[in-house]
Design a protein around this ligand. Sequence first.
Ligand code: PFF
Ligand code: NA
Length: 429
Amino acid sequence: MPQRETWATRTGFILAAVGSAVGLGNIWRFPFAVGQEGGAAFLLVYLLFVVLIGFPAMLVEFTLGRRTQKNPVGALAQMGGRTWKLVGLVFVVTGFTILSYYSVIAGWTIRYTFASLTGAYTADPEAYFGAVSVGFDAVAFHALFMVLVIGVIALGVRSGIELAVKFMVPAIIALGIGLAAYAFTLDGAGAAYQFYLSPDLDVLAAEWQSILPAAAGQAFFTLSLGMGVMITYSSYLAEDRNLASDGAIIIGFDTAIAFLMGLILFPFLFTAGVDPGEGGPGTLFISLAAAFAELPAGNILGAVFFGTVAIAALSSAISLLEVPVSYVIDEFGVDRMTATLGVGGLVFVLGLAPALDLIFLDLFDLFADAILLVLGGLLVSIFVSWIVPDEALDELQKGIGELGSIGTAWVWAVRIPVVLVLAFSLYLG
Ligand code: PFF
Ligand code: NA
């Protein structure tokens, strides 16, 4: 059995986790959720959940991964035995399902990067989206994207993931800041910031039943929680780092970039006179394309924007594929190349459904995000905080020192608030 891989550098792990966190969730899902769930009121609840629920839940996954140095299934089997191993399998299934449609959307972003340059969507953004989002075109770009994901993962932890994120994450940040600065100069920026940043508490009071589960689901999705990515990535940690400060940095970056995306998108949409609250997975593409058709230098802007999204999607997709791949390598002794090609190929096949009919895209997203992700997050939180809290605390304390009451606070934050919010979301969602 070959030696299990590890990260080469301290920053490698953080960049990989940031790369996983920052993705379509920040750019495609987040502003869309803000638009649908009543603007700033949603933003407020979401930010609260990220800090109060997301942070402790991330440490749950980190302690499990680093303690066992195993994939999610192996980690739960080692610490919890046969029953808890099933939770690990939920993770693997979730990752699989999410990646299958995530890749279809990511394929669109590659397509739109080129289409921006050639002006292909300018005349009729809606008809263009209709033509390329399903069918042969969608399958082709889904295939192209999966080839990139498979390429990175086949190269392994150090020469694949770690090397790729070293370029991708700084690029996403630089491009995002540039785009936000440009958006600031647009006419519609004032009205956009108003919609985005001043919460209407009446909206919150009236719609909390849909806002709460949406915000909790989004917090988990955006931080790559509830499907074993953070277990897998932390299992490649060789040294005992301070997991709490690493988690805070990762969450800080993800939140900052989601926030930044709102500062980019809403001015684009408001300036072009496009309503941000309309539904459907294609809305963002149609309305953005419409906005780029109106804005000065829109074709270059569009290419930079969609290119940034494609890079962000790639750095997340690799983490989604790494979960089932690490499972197959660890548990079945298969070599990395075979595991990557096999699992990646199956993901491609499953993605044919959403690529051929958008109904499946909505269905997969709903099933994975509203149910599987929350369920996996809930069960693993119960396991760590109620069944093995002492081992988890012992792991958390490495690299930090005596935890004292902070450790107790963490365990109880997971035991009650995290578990309750997730259980409640599952029930409402
Ligand atoms: N966090 C990613 C995003 O915001 O786009 C999506 C994601 C990646 C979700 C990995 C879950 C995951 F395990
Ligand atoms: Na994210």
